[in-house]
Design a protein around this ligand. Structure first.
Ligand code: CA2
Length: 144
C-alpha cells in the first residue's frame, strides 16, 4: 500500500481551539479523518504537525523513501522557508500545497509562497476540504 504524507506547519496544532472565525472549529484529528476517507483503500495517510522548520525538512527527507506524494500546509513557513522549498525540490513525487484560509484575501505578506515554486497544485480557501482535495489529487496521480 502507498503512503501519502500530510504535513502541517507551525501553530496548526491549535486548529479548532483558537481563531475559529478564520480556521473553523475542526481539529487536526478531523483533518486526519477527512484525509483517510479521501485516500480510499489503496493509500494510507501519515499526518504530522510540527512547530519546527527543521522537523518538517526531516519529514520531507523521510518522504523520499516512504511516500508516493505529499500534501503540505506549511502555515507561516509558506511565506519564509527556502529550506522547505529546497527539501521539496529533492522529493520526486507530487506535492500539493494547501491553505485553509483564502490567503489572497488576507495580508499582502501571505500572498507570496516559496512552496508554490515546487507545488504541482495549490489549494486555498476551501477550509479543511482542501486537504481532502489534495489527497484525492495525489491518489489519482499515483494509482497504478
Ligand atoms: O490558511 C492557512 O492554512 C495558513 O497556512 C495558516 C497559517 C498562516 O500563517 C498562513 O498564512 C495561511 C497559520 C496557521 C495557524 O493556525 C492556527 C489555527 C488555529 C488557531 C491559531 C492558529
Amino acid at each position: 500500500m502507498k503512503t501519502i504524507f500530510v504535513l502541517n506547519g507551525p501553530n496548526l496544532n491549535l486548529l479548532g481551539k483558537r481563531q475559529p472565525e478564520i480556521y473553523g472549529h475542526e481539529t487536526l484529528d478531523d483533518v486526519a479523518l477527512l484525509c483517510r476517507d479521501a485516500a480510499g483503500d489503496g493509500h494510507r495517510i501519515r499526518l504530522l504537525q510540527s512547530n519546527w522548520e527543521g522537523q518538517i525538512v526531516d519529514w520531507i527527507h523521510e518522504a523520499r523513501d516512504e511516500a508516493c506524494g505529499i500534501v503540505i500546509n506549511p502555515a507561516a513557513l509558506t511565506h519564509s522557508s527556502i529550506a522547505i522549498l529546497d527539501a521539496l525540490n529533492a522529493f520526486d513525487g507530487p506535492v500539493i500545497e494547501v491553505h485553509i484560509s483564502q490567503v489572497h484575501r488576507r495580508e499582502a505578506f501571505r500572498h507570496h509562497s516559496y512552496v508554490s515554486l515546487r507545488a504541482d497544485g495549490v489549494i486555498a480557501g476551501l477550509g479543511l476540504e482542501g486537504y481532502a482535495a489534495g489527497v484525492r489529487r495525489i491518489v489519482s496521480l499515483t494509482r497504478d
